[in-house]
Design a protein around this ligand. Structure first.
Ligand SMILES: [Zn+2]
Length: 432
């Protein structure tokens, strides 16, 4: 057996294993990229020791839906009437920037995610062949998908195939791997979606799609003769356990039951849904029907940030309101939606989402000795309702420390932010 290379010792370790084990104080032993052991803090920890006194250790957070390049547009689409956001506001903005700008935005977005304690992302956007290497360079674990539309289907499928060739589709073999990203049920007709299904079966890639994210999308699908967005996907074999559907905001109860029964995973983005649609997705119904639900920040432009701790609180509050029941969506359930359940949704729960021996060493340390996290009666409640991304002081992915003392190690934040702001300045008439 190879020697233990690193032991992290903290005030508490929340493992998020099946039993929700907490060790306080606790230690995590890392051997290379892998967690070798987790338990109470040993008197003489083996190997190099990192003392995280005053901190709590968690599994790295898993963000099931984001568009890292859209960091560029933060603050440019406020208070937009329902139905106008995508075509009326985003499309004109997207026409003003290109692949080099997307790369700059993506790196700034990845930096933001990393500093907020996110270690795994499902990322998708245009020009993903140009963007994916930047995501890879950030050190994040990521599944990358190129958004595909009817109007550019042939080119989009070519890019998707190139991503699969370059990164593969197996998260066990590569820290960055490829998925397939048909845009949505209104912008992707049957022939494109049949091709996506065929490619997914052939390559093993998971499929990421927006589902019922707006009333206009559902109306367009109905105009094609389908009873709704969910039934449309089901007919094409795309309500399945290898599909992750984002938003699901406008699903009917019957559709939510169908999605759950098919084992389709849901990327739930409560802030984005509230901001862009003024709605809460039927997450309680979906979970009751058997759907695995993971949280997503969506993009910086529709949130207006990528902080999963904020999203945890938002998910709890909005879903309690939607259910008209304050006892639903418990703190344990919510924290799992950003860790173990999110990992299940992406099909990576054998690798990440909890701190258990044999899993990858993706870990986050938060400073807990701050006014808004004390007293420490209930660590899970504090993390769900009181913690902030800015409490993150250290991050490891695959055993590599990427953040120390709240600062990135691998990335140069001053340069990344300057480049990001320069790219974003193309979007405004007055330079920022
Ligand atoms: Zn999206």
């Amino acid at each position: 057996m190879s020697p233990v290379s690193l032991t992290l010792v903290a005030d508490a370790v929340l493992t998020l294993d099946g039993a929700g084990t907490v060790h306080a104080p606790g230690a995590v032993q890392i051997d290379g990229t892998t967690i070798r052991a987790v338990g109470p803090s040993p008197e003489r920890p083996p190997g190099e020791v990192v003392d995280l006194a005053g901190c709590v250790l968690l599994p790295g957070l898993v963000n099931t839906h984001t568009h890292s390049p859209m960091w560029l547009y933060r603050g440019l689409t406020e208070d937009v009437p329902r139905g106008e956001w995508l075509a009326g506001r985003m499309s004109p903005l997207e026409g003003r920037v290109g692949p080099a700008d997307f790369r700059a935005g993506a790196l700034a977005g990845c930096l933001e995610l990393l500093l907020n304690g996110v270690t795994t992302i499902a990322d998708r956007y245009a020009h993903m062949d140009a963007v994916a290497p930047v995501v890879e360079a950030s050190g994040l674990r990521a599944v990358v998908a190129h958004s595909s539309y009817d109007r550019t289907a042939a080119d989009d499928i070519t890019v998707a195939e190139r991503l699969i060739e370059r990164f593969g589709t197996d998260p066990g073999r590569s820290r960055v791997w490829a998925g397939l990203g048909p845009h949505a049920t209104d912008t992707c007709g049957p022939s494109l979606l049949r091709e996506v299904r065929r490619l997914a079966d052939q390559s093993g890639a998971r499929v990421f799609i927006h589902l019922a994210q707006s009333a206009e999308e559902v109306a367009a699908v109905r105009a094609r003769g389908a009873p709704g967005s969910a039934a449309y996907l089901d007919d094409l074999g795309l309500l399945a356990p290898d599909v992750i559907a984002a938003h699901a905001t406008y699903l009917t109860d019957h559709e939510a039951d169908l999605v759950g029964a098919r084992g389709t995973a849901i990327a739930h983005c409560p802030s984005s849904n509230a901001k862009l649609e003024g709605r809460v997705a039927p997450i309680g119904r979906l979970r009751d029907a058997g759907a695995v639900v993971g949280l997503g920040t969506d993009a910086a432009v529709c949130n207006n940030g990528m902080d999963l701790f904020e999203e945890l609180k938002m998910a709890g509050l909005l879903n309690k309101v939607a259910a008209s029941d304050p006892s639903r969506f418990t703190t344990d359930e919510l924290l799992r939606m950003a860790t173990s359940d999110a990992a299940r949704a992406l099909g990576v729960d054998h690798l990440v989402g909890s701190i258990e021996p044999g899993k990858r060493a993706d870990l986050v340390a938060l400073r807990r000795t701050v006014p808004h996290l004390l007293p420490w009666h209930d660590p899970v409640a504090n993390l769900v309702y009181a913690a902030r991304g800015s409490d993150v002081v250290a991050v490891w992915v695959d055993g590599e420390q990427l953040v120390a003392d709240g600062r990135p190690i691998r990335l140069d934040p001053e340069k990344i932010l300057a480049d990001g702001v320069t790219a974003a300045s193309r979007l405004t008439y007055v330079a920022i």
